[in-house]
Design a binder for this molecule. Structure first.
Ligand SMILES: Cc1ncc(COP(=O)(O)O)c(C=O)c1O
Length: 382
């Protein structure tokens, strides 16, 4: 046989896995990978126990349990005033990652162009490549990581099949406002082009800001796959449950992929989440405050170090400039910090095709205060 030719030759083990492995090897405090070290709400765990003791062990419906899709539609209406048909427009997936993959496979054809904004989440490009598409990277600009509308206007053309936006934005924490969606709608109007709106951190927004969803913009809604994650909202990233909201025709295409990727997502967890979401809206309503306290706590700790935090308006990530500590490039700095000083972070250059000459690392502050304290004690010594 000929040597195997990889379909994804650029892809290795992700930096998230590598940094977590390095953190374990060197007993570092792990503020790299984006997962909380606190537990999901106890009432939700009770409901999971009950679902497991009950009848919820066989395949769920392919697009998701009816109860869960109904609960999601009710939440979208209550929170954003968006009317969604749970039967035709919501698909439950195995994490937002699956929803992103399914949407891209459903829409992107050979040689289509897909515009992403760097720094961007790492699953987009491999999914685009597998679909035969070409990823066009545009940089977010300035310390606020804003979309450069002129560059977007120049990049859009008749081959553009999809634009991917992410708000609240990982890794910068930047938010898109309603006015941004207006601009986006205006620029996309002439093209037969879809929008993938990655809104997995919808409930992690700070300083009184309200999450603006692309679904609330009537024109974008027509061409939009909006993707959400239960993992981020319920401190349960390991459950790998998410969902996609899209108009009926787009959802039908997404489901053609979904049904042969996973067919359906885990039944007992869908049942538990359906009951919990309906009974406890206060959980997601209180999440901004919950995470803002952690952001502020971590910012106070960083203030006693030589790191310079950038503004984090959302997500549970904090970017920080380390140029007062070291001139090393960020990947080397992150390795050094983990191995020599026992704190694991993510270097921001891995989110770029063409990284800027910045000295920034990303901390995840979705951690117990004791974990953040332990990290800060080590960072203060630098
Ligand atoms: C921006 C972004 N999109 C999507 C995901 C994937 O979410 P899930 O864990 O539900 O697959 C993540 C997870 O870190 C993320 O940060």
């Amino acid at each position: 046989m000929k040597a195997l030719e990889s379909k994804l030759p650029q892809v290795g083990t992700t930096i998230f896995t590598l940094m977590s492995q390095l953190a374990e090897q060197h007993r570092a405090v792990n503020l790299s990978q984006g997962f909380p070290d606190f537990r999901p709400p106890p009432e939700l765990l009770d409901l999971v126990d009950r679902a497991l003791a009950g009848r919820h062990h066989q395949y769920a419906l392919m697009p998701g349990s009816t109860a869960l899709r109904t609960a999601i539609a009710e939440k979208l209406a209550a929170l954003y005033g968006v009317t969604v048909d749970p039967v035709a427009e919501i698909t439950v997936t195995s994490g937002a990652t699956e929803a992103i993959f399914d949407a891209i496979q459903a829409i992107v054809r050979r040689d289509d162009e897909v515009i992403v904004f760097d720094p961007c989440y790492d699953s987009y490009e491999p999914s685009i490549t597998l679909a035969g598409g070409r990823t066009v990277h545009l940089p977010l600009t300035g310390s606020r990581f804003a979309i450069d509308w002129d560059r977007l206007r120049q990049a859009l053309n008749w081959r553009t099949r999809l634009v991917i936006v992410n708000s609240p934005h990982n890794p910068s924490g930047a938010l898109l406002a309603r006015a941004d969606y207006e601009r986006l709608a205006e620029l996309l109007r002439p093209y037969d082009c879809y929008l993938l709106s990655d809104e997995v951190y919808e409930h992690v927004v700070f300083d009184g800001a309200k999450h603006a969803t692309a679904l609330a913009h009537p024109e974008l809604r027509e061409r939009c796959f909006a993707v959400f994650s239960f993992g981020k909202t319920y401190h349960a990233t390991g459950w790998k449950l998410g969902y996609c909201v899209a108009p009926p025709a787009l959802s039908a295409e997404l489901r053609r992929v979904h049904q042969y990727v996973t067919f359906a997502s885990t039944s007992p967890l869908q049942q538990a989440l359906a009951e919990y979401m309906s009974a406890h809206p206060e959980h997601h309503l209180n999440l901004p405050e919950f995470y803002q306290e952690r952001r502020d706590y971590f910012a106070k700790l960083l203030a006693a170090t030589k790191f310079k935090p950038l503004r984090s308006a959302g997500t549970y990530f904090q970017l920080a400039d380390y140029s007062a500590i070291s001139a090393l490039p960020d990947v080397e700095f992150a390795r050094w910090l983990t191995i020599e000083h026992g704190v694991a972070t993510i270097p921001i250059s891995v989110f770029y095709r063409e990284p800027p000459d910045a000295r920034l690392v990303r901390f995840c502050f979705a951690k117990e205060n004791s974990t953040l304290d332990a990290a800060a004690e080590r960072l203060r010594r630098l």
